[in-house]
Write a protein that binds this ligand. Sequence first.
Ligand code: TRP
Length: 332
Amino acid sequence: MNRRPRVFSGMQPTGGLHIGNYLGALKSWVELQDDYDCIYCVVDYHAITIEHDPRDLQARIELVARGYLAAGVDPERSALFVQSAVPEHTELAWVFSSLTPIGLLGRMTQFKDKSKDHEDNVNAGLLTYPILQAADIAIYKSEAVPVGEDQQQHLEFARDVVRKFNLRYGGLFPEPRTILSSAPKVLGLDGERKMSKSLGNDIGLEESADEVWRKLAPAKTDPARVRRTDPGDPEKCNLYRYHRCFSSEQTLQWAAAGCRSAGIGCLDCKRKLHQHMEEQLAPLRERLLDLQAHPDRVREILAAGAARLRPIAQQTMAEVRDRLGIPRWPTT
Ligand code: TRP
């Protein structure tokens, strides 16, 4: 038996992955595989809380799954699957919903934000979203969850609900701890908002070297550098944050000093950044394209992941039903 602590994390199939997803999540997911028994999920049932086009959901699921694999999630070591393939997630969510005060849900930041962004569709799923997330984690008795800062409140909620279950029905679930991403926050190319495909300020993992360059070249830097001869402050430059994620220490020093003294122009600095980005992103992009050419391989990996996880989820759910006093019905 594998006795390593269990990690669970997931992303919504909202579209193509970008370097923000890579730096903020996928990179650490890949590293965690060395020390944890990892489960990585594409959470499709979460995605329907916002209006979506049923015709392209499967494609978006597979797109995200390819991103996990290309980044280095290893299906030999970790389970990679789609949430809806293991129905016990939603079953446990129902149980958890009966332990959750409505008021708590209404106070969730993400709910408030999404209600504002989708005023005409403030549905109950949007409200109970964190309950399903808690069930995702608890159904495998997961002990740790790598997420970004924006998900801390949902993790706090997950700990609350399993604590309540344990108290009322007897200890069954570990309280999942947060593994906070240590990656420096990367903003979108506008330097103002979180990187997001829908905002159009992203660099997609599948974009070619040329496409990336066409986005970097006009991107905002320190506004003080109007002319080539104006000195700047790297700490005020959005792209210097990208350098921090991709470039060597030596390049960082070169960029910072050159910026402060106006010894280099922003374009020189961007060229260097592009070069370092390519070193990390080119192999990833190649794997993405290869997986895209072999969709059956990805589907098999997802099916195998679900097949491996289903018995675990079924076992947990049987324990939950026992605790609740729900009878065992004979299966015919
Ligand atoms: N809510 C998470 C997000 O938007 C996605 C998610 C769903 C998740 N279930 C999860 C993350 C369980 C970690 C664990 O990023």
